[in-house]
Ligand binder design. Sequence first.
Ligand code: FMN
Length: 173
Amino acid sequence: MAKTLIAYFSRADENYFGGAMRYVKVGNTEIVCDIMKKLIPADSFKIEMKEPYSPVYMTCIEEAKRDLRAKARPELVSLPASIDEYDTVVLAYPNYWGTMPMAVFTFLEAFDFSGKTILPLCTNEGSGMGGSERDLRRACPGAAVKAGLSVTGSAAANAEGSLRRYLSANGLL
Ligand SMILES: Cc1cc2nc3c(=O)[nH]c(=O)nc-3n(C[C@H](O)[C@H](O)[C@H](O)COP(=O)(O)O)c2cc1C
Protein backbone atom coordinates (compact mmCIF):
# COMPACT_ATOMS: atom_id res chain seq x y z
CA MET A 1 0.00 0.00 0.00
CA ALA A 2 1.18 3.53 -0.76
CA LYS A 3 2.73 5.08 2.33
CA THR A 4 3.68 8.66 3.05
CA LEU A 5 6.46 10.03 5.25
CA ILE A 6 6.40 13.58 6.56
CA ALA A 7 10.05 14.48 7.21
CA TYR A 8 10.62 17.92 8.66
CA PHE A 9 13.12 20.29 10.20
CA SER A 10 11.89 22.98 12.55
CA ARG A 11 13.47 25.15 15.23
CA ALA A 12 11.62 26.43 18.31
CA ASP A 13 13.09 29.15 20.58
CA GLU A 14 13.52 32.77 19.51
CA ASN A 15 12.15 33.81 16.11
CA TYR A 16 10.93 36.91 14.34
CA PHE A 17 7.16 37.40 14.14
CA GLY A 18 5.89 40.40 12.20
CA GLY A 19 8.38 42.90 13.53
CA ALA A 20 9.03 41.45 16.97
CA MET A 21 11.22 38.69 18.41
CA ARG A 22 9.48 36.06 20.46
CA TYR A 23 10.39 32.74 22.10
CA VAL A 24 8.14 29.86 21.02
CA LYS A 25 7.91 26.22 22.12
CA VAL A 26 6.97 24.82 18.70
CA GLY A 27 8.53 26.01 15.44
CA ASN A 28 6.47 27.19 12.47
CA THR A 29 7.22 24.20 10.25
CA GLU A 30 6.31 21.81 13.03
CA ILE A 31 2.97 23.63 13.48
CA VAL A 32 2.22 23.09 9.78
CA CYS A 33 3.25 19.42 10.01
CA ASP A 34 1.02 18.91 13.06
CA ILE A 35 -1.93 20.21 11.03
CA MET A 36 -0.98 17.95 8.10
CA LYS A 37 -0.78 14.89 10.35
CA LYS A 38 -4.45 15.40 11.20
CA LEU A 39 -5.38 15.54 7.51
CA ILE A 40 -3.55 12.55 6.03
CA PRO A 41 -2.32 9.17 7.23
CA ALA A 42 1.46 9.39 7.34
CA ASP A 43 4.47 8.53 9.46
CA SER A 44 6.57 11.46 10.54
CA PHE A 45 10.23 12.05 11.27
CA LYS A 46 11.81 15.16 12.77
CA ILE A 47 15.26 16.00 11.41
CA GLU A 48 17.26 17.15 14.45
CA MET A 49 20.83 18.33 14.69
CA LYS A 50 23.12 16.73 17.26
CA GLU A 51 24.35 20.23 18.03
CA PRO A 52 21.34 22.46 17.41
CA TYR A 53 21.65 26.09 16.44
CA SER A 54 21.47 28.70 19.18
CA PRO A 55 18.09 29.52 20.75
CA VAL A 56 19.05 33.17 20.22
CA TYR A 57 17.78 34.24 16.79
CA MET A 58 20.65 36.51 15.76
CA THR A 59 23.22 33.87 16.73
CA CYS A 60 21.29 31.15 14.89
CA ILE A 61 21.22 33.31 11.77
CA GLU A 62 25.02 33.52 11.81
CA GLU A 63 25.53 29.83 12.58
CA ALA A 64 23.26 28.82 9.71
CA LYS A 65 25.03 31.22 7.34
CA ARG A 66 28.39 29.75 8.35
CA ASP A 67 27.11 26.21 7.65
CA LEU A 68 25.65 27.25 4.28
CA ARG A 69 28.91 28.85 3.19
CA ALA A 70 30.90 25.80 4.32
CA LYS A 71 28.40 23.42 2.64
CA ALA A 72 28.34 21.72 6.05
CA ARG A 73 26.46 18.49 6.66
CA PRO A 74 25.61 18.72 10.39
CA GLU A 75 25.33 15.43 12.24
CA LEU A 76 21.79 14.37 13.08
CA VAL A 77 20.44 12.90 16.31
CA SER A 78 19.11 9.92 14.35
CA LEU A 79 17.89 8.73 10.97
CA PRO A 80 15.05 6.40 10.02
CA ALA A 81 16.38 2.85 9.56
CA SER A 82 15.03 2.89 6.01
CA ILE A 83 12.70 4.88 3.79
CA ASP A 84 12.01 1.99 1.41
CA GLU A 85 8.37 1.59 2.44
CA TYR A 86 7.43 5.16 1.47
CA ASP A 87 6.50 6.14 -2.05
CA THR A 88 5.80 9.77 -1.15
CA VAL A 89 7.84 12.02 1.12
CA VAL A 90 6.53 15.39 2.23
CA LEU A 91 9.72 17.30 3.04
CA ALA A 92 9.03 20.34 5.21
CA TYR A 93 11.63 22.90 6.23
CA PRO A 94 12.14 26.60 6.89
CA ASN A 95 13.79 28.77 4.26
CA TYR A 96 17.31 29.41 5.59
CA TRP A 97 19.20 31.93 3.50
CA GLY A 98 17.33 31.00 0.33
CA THR A 99 17.48 27.22 0.62
CA MET A 100 16.98 24.32 3.01
CA PRO A 101 18.84 24.13 6.34
CA MET A 102 22.05 22.16 5.89
CA ALA A 103 20.73 19.44 8.22
CA VAL A 104 18.06 18.68 5.60
CA PHE A 105 20.84 18.01 3.08
CA THR A 106 22.40 15.60 5.61
CA PHE A 107 19.05 13.78 5.73
CA LEU A 108 18.60 13.70 1.95
CA GLU A 109 22.09 12.42 1.28
CA ALA A 110 21.59 9.50 3.66
CA PHE A 111 19.02 7.81 1.39
CA ASP A 112 18.26 6.93 -2.21
CA PHE A 113 15.08 8.76 -3.21
CA SER A 114 14.91 7.51 -6.79
CA GLY A 115 11.43 6.43 -7.80
CA LYS A 116 9.86 8.38 -4.94
CA THR A 117 7.69 11.48 -5.11
CA ILE A 118 8.85 14.41 -2.98
CA LEU A 119 6.49 17.22 -2.03
CA PRO A 120 8.49 20.18 -0.72
CA LEU A 121 6.94 22.51 1.84
CA CYS A 122 8.83 25.60 2.89
CA THR A 123 7.91 28.04 5.66
CA ASN A 124 9.45 31.47 5.25
CA GLU A 125 8.98 35.17 5.86
CA GLY A 126 8.82 36.36 2.28
CA SER A 127 11.40 34.49 0.20
CA GLY A 128 9.01 31.71 -0.77
CA MET A 129 10.65 28.43 -1.78
CA GLY A 130 13.88 30.29 -2.68
CA GLY A 131 16.20 27.91 -4.54
CA SER A 132 15.15 24.93 -2.44
CA GLU A 133 13.26 23.03 -5.16
CA ARG A 134 16.28 23.25 -7.48
CA ASP A 135 18.62 22.17 -4.66
CA LEU A 136 16.27 19.32 -3.77
CA ARG A 137 16.23 18.05 -7.37
CA ARG A 138 20.01 18.09 -7.38
CA ALA A 139 20.23 16.25 -4.06
CA CYS A 140 17.68 13.60 -5.07
CA PRO A 141 18.30 12.58 -8.67
CA GLY A 142 15.69 10.11 -9.83
CA ALA A 143 12.99 11.45 -7.52
CA ALA A 144 9.92 13.26 -8.82
CA VAL A 145 10.16 16.58 -7.00
CA LYS A 146 6.83 18.37 -7.32
CA ALA A 147 6.24 22.11 -7.19
CA GLY A 148 6.39 23.10 -3.54
CA LEU A 149 4.04 24.78 -1.10
CA SER A 150 5.27 28.02 0.44
CA VAL A 151 3.73 28.90 3.82
CA THR A 152 4.25 32.16 5.71
CA GLY A 153 5.90 30.94 8.90
CA SER A 154 4.40 33.49 11.25
CA ALA A 155 0.92 32.51 9.97
CA ALA A 156 1.60 28.75 10.19
CA ALA A 157 -1.44 28.13 12.35
CA ASN A 158 -3.67 29.33 9.49
CA ALA A 159 -2.23 26.94 6.91
CA GLU A 160 -5.00 24.33 6.85
CA GLY A 161 -6.75 25.69 3.73
CA SER A 162 -3.63 25.89 1.59
CA LEU A 163 -2.46 22.54 2.94
CA ARG A 164 -5.74 20.92 1.95
CA ARG A 165 -5.52 22.34 -1.56
CA TYR A 166 -1.90 21.27 -1.95
CA LEU A 167 -2.41 17.75 -0.63
CA SER A 168 -5.51 17.34 -2.74
CA ALA A 169 -3.76 18.60 -5.91
CA ASN A 170 -1.09 15.97 -5.29
CA GLY A 171 -3.50 13.11 -4.68
CA LEU A 172 -2.94 12.74 -0.93
CA LEU A 173 -6.32 14.06 0.17
C1 FMN B 1 18.85 30.97 9.99
C2 FMN B 1 17.61 31.53 9.41
C3 FMN B 1 17.61 31.99 8.10
C4 FMN B 1 16.43 32.48 7.52
N1 FMN B 1 16.45 32.90 6.21
C5 FMN B 1 15.30 33.31 5.64
C6 FMN B 1 15.28 33.72 4.27
O1 FMN B 1 16.31 33.73 3.59
N2 FMN B 1 14.09 34.10 3.73
C7 FMN B 1 12.92 34.10 4.47
O2 FMN B 1 11.89 34.42 3.92
N3 FMN B 1 12.92 33.71 5.76
C8 FMN B 1 14.07 33.33 6.37
N4 FMN B 1 14.06 32.92 7.68
C9 FMN B 1 12.79 32.85 8.40
C10 FMN B 1 12.31 31.42 8.51
O3 FMN B 1 12.31 30.77 7.25
C11 FMN B 1 10.89 31.33 9.08
O4 FMN B 1 10.81 32.01 10.30
C12 FMN B 1 10.47 29.87 9.27
O5 FMN B 1 9.06 29.80 9.35
C13 FMN B 1 11.09 29.23 10.49
O6 FMN B 1 10.60 27.90 10.60
P1 FMN B 1 10.73 27.08 11.96
O7 FMN B 1 10.07 27.91 13.05
O8 FMN B 1 9.97 25.82 11.68
O9 FMN B 1 12.16 26.82 12.21
C14 FMN B 1 15.23 32.50 8.29
C15 FMN B 1 15.26 32.09 9.62
C16 FMN B 1 16.42 31.61 10.19
C17 FMN B 1 16.41 31.16 11.62
